[in-house]
Design a protein around this ligand. Structure first.
Ligand code: DGJ
Length: 763
């Protein structure tokens, strides 16, 4: 068994597997110099450095050395104030006011497997596809007596490297940390672009590509969530990289709070990526003998374009991030009460909806917002997690049992981190909210944020939620969170620690989630934050799926799914058929297109009123039957973006056993005389034959008569894998009115969608 991590006698370190190599060394001065991150190398310890020791005019030389400046030296974890003028990975000050940080190699060790991070979610080591090894490099700032441990983990079969940092104050005086990034990555000079994702409510995950500018580009959040505004994922791409071509470096964090991922192009054209807790408004007092652990950062590398990069992320997230208990579990189909009734829910209505759920054949009824004491709209009651006595006289456990007795699963909504000023909880504990004395607390959706850094608040929430879950009839919890944080301060912390509140909030949230998911391991938790406002690997470490967006209009959702799929496998996402006209943008679309926009999400369902369901009952029932019979297909397979530009979108999904290939094709605005389009599929067995299964057409109504002979003499259409990949599959034509025999057509009009199902023939 070959080692994943090797070290030479002169302290060059190589972390290498068949996907990539990552190499650095210790310079004679004790600086960790980065040498290579990219394609795999047969002999990684032999790699040549990109940088040289030269005299640079104007550059300062490092601590008296003649030809050595840190300003053009790629480093593993750059300090501050010793000849490197780029943004540092660590900064702060000691008790004397000294703000220079100079970190030197002290020692290293290699572990089989991977230690967990104290109080923080992190990727699992040593399981799934192959083992992992961890390299721990100890650096020291001798003057500050600060010990800095850099953790690097790689896995045998993943194109991902995990990094985190642990600081320990070995002195007898306090050290204050202001920057404590989780990772630094110095790439050699070259032409690069940045791909990052931005948005807002119901418009999440918009991809933007920009050249790496001279100076710094920062995607960050100071909102207390990982946020829709700038997602906590960023990729540095070889200029011009496409889905199939180019070197791509992705970076994300296993963290859900304030973050920053920056890309800096230095004066010598080198590129530095830093990722970690946002240094803005962060400050940590490190008392003598105390430690501080950063969140985990992850990097992935692909030499084969964006599709290759996504494939690494998807495999890794599934194997090493999401809870093992649900990793391979097909997700229940469901009917959610939100768009069916909004806040107007009561026991009779929920039981009627449960009958409807049963009738259309879904697995689960989800009671969304509105069930707790006094909650008639969004102005009150968050925090008072007792069933409203008038509308649910026999309580939630009884309702859950009744729903279960109908042969359904039961799910329920909470927004635990929030409180309305109009609530018993706020009346009893006004100091339990995040707030700053002397400042009026700003509201978001009429609500305030509870101070989860406080153990008493965590205990209260655990008890309230446990009181519902302990009945044993709850199968699913939707964990919502509907505002960004303001006036962030904690009554439980001294003045000198107020800037620790945001991070302590996250530690408190993770601790609560850990307790709940440990106590109720079989409850399926879904992460939601007004859609995707806190969709990240931190939350996915506890909750196997997330509500990616409140945008239920299919056309709005297409871009969101395409964007999110750069990082996330779709088996961590949920989607349902919402109303038409859509409640976010008013668009009218068919039930079929609404379903197909989420067809590759693991958790699929319906959120429609009884009247809306009645209008399309048979079609919805057929779609839910399709969702149910394909639920296991949508776990563990490969999602690929075949085309995502302009008016047409094509997505491919290949099941884990590679026996079935789905291709969803969307034509947004109809137009006459369209070109003949083909979709080139990817990753098929070139020698296998695939049969086009028209079962889908049977289910939802054929767009053309499937009995029409498309030139196959009545035989099923079959295609070789190589032909599907290299020549492609003809996409349906757009036409209104008369249609030619033997041609596959899209449904008439705008916002049309089609699904191909290809089954691999036995060899
Ligand atoms: C926001 C969520 O994204 C919606 O799905 C719904 O649960 C509402 N909150 C309920 O208030």
């Amino acid at each position: 068994m070959s080692e994943l991590i090797t070290v030479s006698d002169d302290l060059t370190f190589a972390l290498a597997n068949r996907h990539f190599a990552y190499v650095f060394r210790v310079s004679p001065e004790g600086i960790l110099e980065h040498l290579h991150y990219g394609g795999p190398l047969g002999e990684p310890l032999e790699v040549q450095a990109h940088h040289r020791r030269t005299i640079r005019h104007v550059a300062s030389t490092f601590q008296g050395g003649k030809h050595y400046s840190l300003s053009d030296t790629p480093q593993e974890y750059p300090g501050f104030g010793t000849s490197d003028y780029r943004f540092p990975a660590v900064h702060g000050r000691n008790a004397d006011g000294n703000t220079v940080f100079s970190l030197h190699y002290h020692s290293h060790k290699i572990l089989d497997d991977k230690p967990t991070l104290k109080g923080l979610p992190s990727s699992r080591g040593g399981q799934g596809k192959g083992r992992s090894q961890t390299l721990i490099i100890t650096l020291q700032d001798k003057l500050h007596q600060l010990r800095v441990r850099l953790h690097y983990t790689i896995w045998e079969d993943h194109g991902v490297i995990a990094r985190s940092v642990r600081f320990k104050n070995l002195s007898d005086k306090e050290i204050q940390l202001q920057h404590a990034f989780s990772t630094a990555l110095d790439l050699p000079s070259g032409d690069y672009e940045i791909q990052h994702f931005h948005g807002t409510w119901a418009r999440e995950f918009n991809a933007e590509r920009i050249p790496v500018p001279q100076g710094r580009f920062v995607a960050d959040s100071a909102r207390g969530t990982s946020s829709t505004a700038h997602h906590n994922y960023l990729a540095v791409l070889q200029k011009g990289a496409t889905e199939e071509f180019g070197r791509c470096y992705g970076t994300t964090l296993v963290y859900s709070g304030n973050f920053a991922i920056s890309v800096e192009r230095g004066e010598f054209e080198d590129v530095r990526v830093l990722a970690g807790i946002n240094p803005f408004n962060f400050h940590w007092r490190l008392k003598p003998g105390k430690s501080f652990t950063t969140p985990e950062a992850l990097h992935a590398y692909s030499g084969a374009g964006l599709r290759g990069l996504s494939a690494h992320w998807h495999d890794f997230i599934r194997e090493h991030i999401t809870p093992v208990r649900f990793k391979d579990a097909p997700r229940p189909t469901y009917l959610n009460t939100w768009e069916a009734a909004y806040f107007d829910v009561d026991e009779a209505k929920v039981l009627d909806l449960a009958d409807t759920a049963k009738d259309i054949g879904v697995d689960m009824l989800v009671l969304d917002d509105g069930w707790f004491e006094g909650r008639g709209d969004d102005t009150s009651s968050l925090g008072d997690w007792r069933a409203d006595r008038e509308r649910f006289p026999s309580g939630i456990p009884d309702l859950a049992a009744k729903v279960r007795a109908k042969g359904l699963k039961f799910g329920i909504w909470f927004e635990p981190e929030m409180v309305n000023p109009r609530s018993q909880l706020f009346t009893d504990h006004p100091d339990w909210i995040l707030h700053v004395p002397g400042r009026v607390s700003s509201l978001g959706r009429n609500q305030l944020t509870l101070d989860l850094s406080r153990p008493d608040v965590q205990d209260y929430l655990f008890e309230q939620i446990a009181a519902v879950l302990s009945c044993g009839d709850v199968d699913y919890v939707k964990w919502d969170m509907n505002r960004n944080m303001t006036e962030v301060g904690s009554a439980a912390l001294p003045a000198s620690r107020q800037r620790e509140t945001s991070h302590r909030y996250m530690l408190g949230l993770y601790s609560l989630l850990d307790r709940l998911t440990t106590a109720y391991p079989d409850v399926l938790f879904e992460n939601c934050a007004s859609g995707g406002n806190r969709f990240d690997l931190g939350m996915l470490s506890y909750m196997p799926q997330g509500w990616i967006s409140d945008m239920c209009d299919p056309i709005g959702r297409l871009a969101i799914i395409s964007g999110a799929s750069h990082l996330y496998p779709l088996d961590v996402t949920a989607a349902y058929i919402g109303p038409s006209p859509n409640h976010q943008n008013g668009r009218i679309s068919s039930v079929r297109t609404r379903f197909l926009a989420g067809v590759f999400c693991a958790a699929r369902g319906v959120s429609l009123s009884e009247a809306d369901i009645d209008a399309h009952r048979d079609e919805i029932a057929a779609l839910m039957d399709f969702a149910k019979t394909t639920a296991s297909d949508m776990i563990g397979g490969r999602f690929e973006r075949i085309s995502t530009g302009g008016n047409e979108i094509a997505w491919q999904y290949t099941t884990e056993d590679e026996q079935c290939v789905y291709l969803a094709y969307f034509h947004i605005l109809s137009a006459p005389n369209q070109p003949f389009r083909r979709a080139r599929l990817v990753g098929l067995d070139p020698d296998a034959r695939y049969t086009l299964d028209d079962r889908w057409d049977d289910i939802i109504g054929a767009t053309v008569d499937t009995t029409v002979d498309r030139g196959t003499g009545g035989e099923p259409e079959t295609y070789r894998g190589d032909a599907l990949m290299h020549s492609g599959l003809a996409m349906p034509q757009v036409a209104v009115g008369e249609k030619s025999p033997g041609v596959r057509y899209m449904p008439d009009g705008d916002f049309a969608a089609h699904l191909f199902v290809l089954r691999r023939q036995p060899s």
